[in-house]
Ligand binder design. Structure first.
Ligand SMILES: Cc1cc2nc3c(=O)[nH]c(=O)nc-3n(C[C@H](O)[C@H](O)[C@H](O)COP(=O)(O)OP(=O)(O)OC[C@H]3O[C@@H](n4cnc5c(N)ncnc54)[C@H](O)[C@@H]3O)c2cc1C
Length: 453
């Protein structure tokens, strides 16, 4: 039996799906059973039920980022609005933000249409800033939002909710929600299977051969298809698709159930998660059963490995949030892969030399809504043979990401940079913050997927 889902969410157990053996023929083969791959598959079958669609997954459904996310469903994509205006002009900056809002709505509609049980809680997101400089940046960002006519508002210190009282300012992003991403992913697989989707688990794809048809090979078999969608996100290195996307590991954790006093002090956090402004800054949200999920702090190069998440570092971030959390303990931590690009935008499109070979990757740790929406876009493109003209004009619809230097020396420099970023973001090193460490006995290191792809 495999257990999909984040360690803190119980989305049930599912029997393992079969492994690919022998040769199998289909219309569309999808590589990767995360949100992007499964959304593509479900959308293809909703649009054209007669299609034969097969998903090949190296491990099990939701084994990657989609099964380990912290469940903040929200808008925003790529650089800040101030940067996006400068880089792409107002029309594209606005279109990008509106597209991300449509992605959130897409997930809300999907959950409602299929009655997906995933603890969906609609609300907003509050990005909070410490210090004058960050507050000024937030003010400029809200100004850019006003100029573009998109719903992002500045929240001054007097208007911040009590849980955010110690911050200097905030930016409120309306039209957001929280949910259990693992439950969403697993149920997408089931919805697809009810419509005829075939999912092979423990079937790692070793390569895609391009001939008259496309042949996707695993250790024990092959799938011959007219179209292939590579939706492996941070794990793309081995399949070399697409280039310009790099995998890193980030961490998250969850506390035990909080006391009534602590929950009262965090009022509002259930419908409005708090995200601290800045690189690797922590973010927080409450679960339906009264636990605090915390993410951020640490990042390491490469999608594989546990990252040895530290309950101490996450615990310090939790306790710094509110005096009511002084006894709160992080009960479990886990790590997961995210795919990053140099310009912070995803990479969605087809292979530069082969229009039958599609890819979607590189959501830079913010892909819950976006990956699902990418899947729908690719599905329509494949099924209709034509793509949505508005979406295809967006700057991340491209055959590859911007060039990223590689090699051992570059990796070492990157490792040092990431470690320094993590250290600088540790609240135990910041003045005026909580400095104690988590008692050794309280944190358990949870590894949701031992057999990582
Ligand atoms: C700790 C953490 C917290 C996050 N929190 C949030 C959040 O709060 N909000 C948000 O918007 N985003 C969040 N994200 C990001 C979000 O989860 C991802 O952007 C999204 O799930 C990516 O989906 P995907 O389908 O592209 O990739 P994945 O879910 O990683 O799916 C890729 C799949 O491909 C499989 N695979 C890999 N190689 C092969 C191969 N060779 N053959 C076959 N299969 C293969 C993998 O096993 C995996 O199942 C978080 C990510 C992490 C790790």
């Amino acid at each position: 039996m495999t257990a999909p889902g984040t360690p803190w969410a119980s989305s049930g157990f599912t029997a393992p799906r079969p492994r690919l053996h022998g040769t199998h023929r289909c219309d569309v083969a999808v590589i990767g059973a995360g949100l992007a791959g499964l959304s593509t598959a479900v959308e293809l079958l909703e649009h054209k039920p007669e299609l034969r669609v097969t998903v090949l997954e190296a491990d099990h459904v939701a084994a990657g980022a989609s099964g380990r996310g912290t469940g903040l469903l929200g808008p925003r994509l790529g650089p800040a609005l101030t940067t996006a205006r400068r880089r792409y002009g107002d029309d594209l900056a606005r279109a990008t933000y509106l597209w991300s809002l449509a992605a959130v709505q897409h997930v809300l509609d999907l959950v409602e249409r299929h009655r997906i049980s995933c603890d969906l809680t609609p609300g907003s997101q509050l990005v909070v800033a410490t210090g004058e400089r960050a507050a000024e940046q937030q003010w400029r960002e809200a100004d850019a939002a006003r100029a573009l006519g998109v719903p992002v508002s500045f929240v001054g210190p007097d208007a911040l909710p009590p849980v955010a009282a110690r911050y200097a300012s905030g930016l409120r992003y309306s039209h957001a929600a929280t949910l259990d991403p693992a439950a969403l992913t697993e149920q997408l697989a089931r919805i697809g299977e009810q419509r005829g989707l075939t999912v092979f688990e423990r079937s790692r794809v070793r390569g895609v051969r391009r001939g008259l048809l496309l042949t996707v090979s695993t250790d024990d078999g092959e799938v011959v298809a007219d179209h292939v969608v590579v939706a492996v996100n941070a794990y793309g290195g081995a399949l070399k698709a697409p280039t310009g996307v790099v995998g890193v590991r980030v961490q998250a954790g969850v506390t035990r159930k909080l006391t009534d006093d602590a929950l009262a002090a965090l009022a509002g956090l259930h419908t409005e998660p708090l995200i601290e402004h800045g690189e690797l800054s922590p973010y927080f949200r409450l679960t339906a059963d009264g636990r605090l999920v915390v993410g951020g702090r640490d990042v390491r190069r490469g999608p594989h490995g546990s990252l040895a998440p530290s309950p101490g570092r996450l615990g310090a971030a939790v306790r710094a949030l509110s005096p009511a959390l002084s006894d709160a303990q992080v009960e479990a931590t886990w790590a997961g892969p995210v795919a990053v690009t140099r310009d912070g935008l995803p990479v969605v499109g087809h292979h530069p030399d082969d229009p039958r070979l599609f890819h979607a990757a590189g959501c830079n740790g913010h892909g819950l809504a976006i990956s699902v929406h990418h899947g729908a876009y690719l599905a329509r493109w494949i099924a209709d043979g034509d793509r949505d003209p508005l979406t295809s004009a967006l700057p991340w619809m491209r055959p590859k990401g911007p060039w990223i230097p590689r090699g051992r020396l570059v990796d070492r420099v990157l490792d040092r940079y990431l470690a320094r970023l993590a250290d600088e973001s540790d609240p135990r090193h910041a003045p005026g913050r909580v400095t104690d460490t988590e008692p050794a006995a309280t944190g358990s290191h949870v590894r949701p997927t031992e057999g990582r792809p």
